[in-house]
Design a protein around this ligand. Sequence first.
Ligand code: GDD
Ligand code: MG
Length: 193
Amino acid sequence: MNKIKNITKTILSEEWATLTRIDYDFQFEDGAWKSVSRECYNRGNGAAILLYNVEKGTIILTKQFRMPIYENTEDEGMSIEVCAGSIEHNDDPLETVIRETEEEVGYKIKDAKQVYKAYTSPGALTEKMFLYVAEYSEATKISEGGGLESENEEIEVLELPFAKVVAMIASEEIRDAKTIMLVQYAQIHKLLG
Ligand SMILES: Nc1nc2c(ncn2[C@@H]2O[C@H](COP(=O)(O)OP(=O)(O)O[C@H]3O[C@H](CO)[C@@H](O)[C@H](O)[C@@H]3O)[C@@H](O)[C@H]2O)c(=O)[nH]1
Ligand SMILES: [Mg+2]
């Protein structure tokens, strides 16, 4: 990237996550250098997982209140999403989805298949998301899930027929990008037949 030089970083906010303003010089196609400034919000990377059961034809989703969505459009604040979580220090993405599957939806899975890596909002977030799929079964259910009370999480667990989930994307009841991507992955690769 020799199109970029003179990078300076200014931390604007450092509470839950870090908002940094990055000033730099950027060389445009005509050869001219210009000063550019961009704000980048860093809350780490994330991992998400589509849990599916071929015999039952179902998938597991979560429903929870999301303040950033409410801030955008108040009556869309309850968000239906695949199980997901932030990657904590030293964890790898697979460990993260295994942990979140237990905490949020109550299943103990041993393994999962990574299918995509995706930047979720490249103009604003540093976040890269690691997307997985895995089968679940009743035999691996160990709790009701629901998230961590200590983190003020309140997560409703939904087990829905796959066709219903596909219809919920069409009807815009499901509006979360990582969820749409993983459901479409399952359609393309016929995971549920
Ligand atoms: N105090 C405080 N707590 C926060 C804040 N932001 C998040 N939390 C707490 O941290 C928890 C993080 O839960 P995770 O399950 O690890 O992450 P997530 O919110 O589900 O995020 C996942 O999905 C996001 C949306 O796609 C992703 O952005 C993220 O990387 C991750 O994959 C939240 O439930 C909440 O309790 C904040 O600004 N302040
Ligand atoms: Mg979560």
